[in-house]
Design a protein around this ligand. Structure first.
Ligand SMILES: Cc1ncc(COP(=O)(O)O)c(C=O)c1O
Length: 213
């Protein structure tokens, strides 16, 4: 397989059946988002946010890509920022694990630890961007439509293509972008997407989701 750009490896993740007898009569499939280049579903929204941030007409070269994360988003920001040749600074909460910190630093990201919740880091990003106008390109994915759009335009259509009769989508919440995009997206005709078919269940709710203002 030839791939011109590693970003082409983001998304289109395969699904495998989950063997379980916990819910007789139900069939579960797991979408292997961990196979994305930086190791999680966050690669999708990261690319959408980066592409929007560095679109023509926006501030570009010389700026430092900046965003807040508890860890999984910081990895692709560091990774794709490096690939796109931008310096990266990420503000991470106390939830950051050692392996993710090593990943971020390996790809040259500058890492600052701040607070226990991503929203706290987000506020610090805003202060930094305001204090040094022009220095940073703050992605602000917690308040950025490009975040759910990634799932509206990619994850949701993939789920519907593989499972036209899907009845529920289960996922986790941080900013809410993944599940919001899945819920609305994918139909291509304005009707509601796979997450909204028979209702969806969010699991593993991140404390930051409750803190987002
Ligand atoms: C592996 C993984 N999947 C899904 C999510 C949900 O992300 P969000 O709600 O920000 O789209 C997170 C949140 O941090 C995550 O780490």
């Amino acid at each position: 397989m030839r791939v011109d750009n590693i970003r082409m490896l983001v998304g289109n993740m395969p699904c495998v059946p989950l063997e379980t007898d916990e819910a007789p009569g139900a069939r579960f499939w797991i979408k292997l988002e961990g196979c994305n280049p930086s190791g999680s579903v966050k690669d999708r929204a990261c690319l959408y946010n980066l592409d929007e941030a560095i679109a023509p007409g926006r501030p570009q070269r010389g700026q430092t890509i900046l965003d807040a994360s508890s860890g999984n988003m910081a990895c692709p920001v560091a990774y794709f920022g490096r690939l796109m040749d931008y310096p990266v600074t990420v503000i991470c909460s106390s939830k950051l694990t050692a392996d993710k910190a090593a990943f971020i630093r390996y790809f040259g990201g500058e890492l600052t630890m701040h607070g226990d919740l991503t929203i706290e880091g987000n506020r610090l990003c805003k202060q930094m961007a305001d204090a040094e106008q022009g220095k940073y390109c703050f992605l602000d994915r917690l308040h950025n439509r490009a975040n759910p759009s990634a799932h509206y335009e990619t994850t949701a259509p993939e789920i519907l293509a593989d499972f036209p009769d899907v009845t529920a989508v289960v996922g986790s919440l941080g900013s809410g972008g993944t599940m919001a995009g899945r819920s609305d997206g994918g139909s291509g005709n304005g009707s509601r997407g796979p997450g909204a078919r028979e209702g969806f269940t969010g699991t593993g709710i991140d404390a930051s989701a409750r803190a987002i203002d």
